[in-house]
Design a binder for this molecule. Structure first.
Ligand SMILES: NC(=O)c1ccc[n+]([C@@H]2O[C@H](COP(=O)([O-])OP(=O)(O)OC[C@H]3O[C@@H](n4cnc5c(N)ncnc54)[C@H](O)[C@@H]3O)[C@@H](O)[C@H]2O)c1
Length: 673
């Protein structure tokens, strides 16, 4: 069968050949054996729903074996026989160009160069799934290949509910991931629902087909490292940045360290993950021996080298050694997957990777205790180095949250964390409140020349804007222009021809309109997909990350993210998605995003203007209502430009007046006495 025929066939009528388990591929860890026997029966019945009855005899025992061996039913046999990567959009069998672009985005996410555990359909973050099993993938591709611009595909956590009649301005796909009743949103609920095949953890861009490999995160990480270094004063040259993780997103850290001009050391326990980043040129040197690594670090710092070193081992061993040797560390963080601490996101010190995996599956309570002990040791070493001058920040992976739950010494007397999150100190006040966020695009021609042209257009647009940007955002504009000028030279593309660029509402809109015009004139050889990380101004309600700099008590609400997706849906998005979980963990965050295919048409120009405006200003308006000064500035500026925009602005209360009407704790206790 050709590639096109295999897509159109969907789930084949005949049983495909079983495929050998490929040991060369990075596989997802075995998931917890959480289902009771009756629930296992249900899981297998659920899986068999995708197949004609005559195949059940053969498939039932196979699915039972997968459930036993891996804790999930992936339906490995149904992995397609063609190579997985994004083709130029014209190569897809499709009646709708928009649907074809979505097919390319899905295949890019599953490309083994891009995905973390491609055969288990896990894109990044250890459990960030695009689909739950290969039957869902096959059905979705078949639906996309046959749908028209007057239908909408409805996706429930990887499962295609079906095609429903709609209209050409409606989204082609609506995705929900992990939407459960709030009281059933504990980590074990995810394990159970996912094992039953009825829900999945979509992370942010994994379950929304918008992941573009580690580049997606390099820009944000560069901005963070650069500004963290600036906070320490002086030039970044010779500053030492220590962190962990060379996985999906965390793998961006060494590259960002190099772009920011520091010496970075990243610990990674999984040799396969470290080797992958080394081969891709994302980290300069791999070290397995701390006795050799420490002098290498000292040499690099003394010579102010711009270099990224990896320690292939446990990060706790690295931190403890640095603390014992009193090495001066300027910047510290951690990007292990602590949003998923009990199922392979964090490997405890003192155990090999294999021992940990074994314990995780067969002795989950002992594994949990080992993780908590390891976190306590990690925090103790970090505290020592912080006392010697290191600036440590949480990288939005729930490091502080899980460490505090583990009983580590990470809380101040008032119960708040000893260390800030990168959003509280940097991304929130300097970027999100002004509307700057991780805008991205993918060239559907898959031609590097198209990507280069889009980079040039973006530089032109931003340079024109920067000439009259207000002082409040002049620095951000400069950093973003520098980024996009250097982006091509930094060889950031893994998989599709994609680019990320932090921009505000004006920047995103003008850049997108410039692309649309270039497509119309034929300067670009294909349509472009616009999108963003969910980690943005408006897309995500996450009290310990994106909305951690919201101080009016509303950071535990999720109205903004839900409103955002609804609003994008009727203003021209080609697909929208809303997820429970992502980044900091299941039950800890609600996040949403969009994808928009632009093709040079007037409809595309209208979608760009209407949808991007809402997609950014929703969050700025909410941040302004929370009394964030930068957001107030940004929304007033937008209202001056756009007469139809009318946002409710907060009145500031006098602090002394308010305090005078509420008895202080001291006077309350005095009254009691
Ligand atoms: N980069 C960002 O901007 C950003 C933003 C927000 C949150 N995050 C968070 O960062 C975390 C990492 O994301 P990811 O996609 O890279 O996940 P990932 O699972 O692909 O990578 C994490 C890596 O950490 C390694 N690791 C785990 N425990 C270790 C230990 N004790 N010592 C050394 N290495 C260890 C794992 O082997 C893995 O390769 C996630 O929780 C994510 O939500 C990243």
């Amino acid at each position: 069968m050709t590639f096109q025929e295999e897509i159109l066939a969907g789930i084949p009528a005949q049983l495909p050949e079983a495929q050998p388990y490929d040991k060369e591929i990075n596989h997802a860890p075995k998931r917890k054996d959480i289902l009771k026997p009756e629930e296992k029966v249900l899981a297998i019945k659920n899986a068999l729903r995708y197949f004609p009855k005559e195949l059940h005899q053969a498939l039932a025992p196979e699915f039972a074996a997968e459930l036993k061996t891996y804790g999930r039913i992936y339906m490995y046999r149904y992995r397609p026989s063609y190579k997985m990567y994004a083709r130029p959009v014209d190569e897809y069998p499709a009646k709708s160009k928009q649907a074809a672009a979505i097919m390319a985005m899905i295949q890019n996410n599953l490309d083994p160069r891009v995905a973390q555990h491609p055969h288990e359909l896990i894109i990044y973050g250890g459990n960030g799934a695009i689909f739950q099993n290969w039957a869902q993938y096959r059905l979705v591709m078949q639906y996309l290949a046959t749908m028209t611009d007057e239908q909408t595909l409805v996706m429930y956590s990887g499962h295609p509910l079906g095609l429903f009649p709609s209209h050409k301005d409606a989204p082609r796909v609506i995705v929900t991931n992990g939407m459960v009743i709030p009281n059933y949103s504990k980590p074990d609920d995810w394990e159970r629902f996912n094992a039953l095949g009825v829900s999945q953890y979509g992370q942010m861009t994994a379950g929304s087909y918008m992941y573009i490999g580690p580049q997606g995160i390099v820009h944000g990480t560069t901005i963070t490292v650069m500004n963290a270094a600036r906070k320490q004063g002086g030039s970044p040259a010779g500053k030492l940045f220590v962190t962990a993780g060379l996985g999906g997103m965390s793998g961006a850290q060494p590259k960002a360290g190099n772009i920011a001009g520091v010496v970075s050391v990243t610990a990674e326990i999984n040799p396969k993950a470290a080797q992958k980043r080394y081969e891709q040129g994302w980290v300069d040197e791999l070290h397995t021996n701390l006795d050799e690594l420490i002098p290498r670090i000292q040499k690099a710092v003394a010579a102010k080298e711009v270099v990224s070193l990896a320690y292939v081992g446990n990060v706790v061993d690295l931190w403890e050694r640095l603390a014992a040797d009193h090495i001066h560390v300027d910047l510290g963080s951690d990007q292990t997957s602590l949003h998923n601490p009990w199922a392979g996101g964090y490997y405890p010190v003192g155990y090999t990777l294999e021992e940990s995996k074994e314990m995780m599956a067969n002795a989950p309570e002992a594994f949990r205790a080992a993780v908590q002990k390891s976190l306590c040791r990690q925090v103790a070493a970090i505290n020592k180095l912080a006392a010697e001058g290191m600036y440590f920040f949480d990288y939005g992976n729930a490091f502080l949250l899980e460490s505090s739950r583990a009983g580590a010494d990470v809380l101040k007397a008032d119960g708040t964390f000893r260390y800030p999150s990168y959003v509280q100190d940097i991304m929130g006040p300097m970027y999100f409140d002004y509307g700057f966020g991780p805008f991205r695009w993918v060239c559907m021609s898959e031609k590097p020349s198209d990507l280069q042209k889009t980079d040039e257009l973006a530089v032109k647009v931003l340079s024109e804007m920067a000439a009259h940007s207000p002082e409040e955002i002049a620095g951000q504009m400069r950093d973003n222009i520098h980024w996009i000028q250097e982006a091509g030279r930094n060889n950031l593309v893994v998989g599709s021809q994609a680019r990320i660029l932090y921009a505000d509402c004006e920047g995103r809109t003008k850049i997108a309109l410039a692309f649309n015009e270039a497509i119309r004139k034929g300067d670009l050889e294909g349509p472009v997909v616009l999108g963003r990380d969910h980690h943005d101004v408006s897309g995500t309600d996450s009290p310990f990350r994106e909305t951690s700099n919201i101080y009016d008590g509303s950071r535990f609400t999720a109205d903004m993210a839900v409103q955002n997706v609804i609003g994008d849906g009727f203003r021209g998005a080609t697909w929208v998605s809303i997820h429970n979980g992502g980044g900091v963990g299941w039950g800890e965050v609600i996040n949403g995003g969009f994808g928009m295919v632009i093709d040079g048409s007037e409809d595309s120009a209208r979608h760009i203007r209407e949808m991007l405006f809402w997609d950014v200003n929703n969050g700025i308006a909410r941040r302004s209502w929370a009394r964030n000064e930068a957001a107030r500035f940004a929304i007033e500026r937008e209202m001056a430009r756009t007469p139809e925009l009318k946002v409710t602005l907060p009145n500031e209360a006098d602090e002394d007046l308010v305090r005078s009407v509420i008895p202080s704790e001291a006077s309350v206790s005095q009254t009691k006495i």
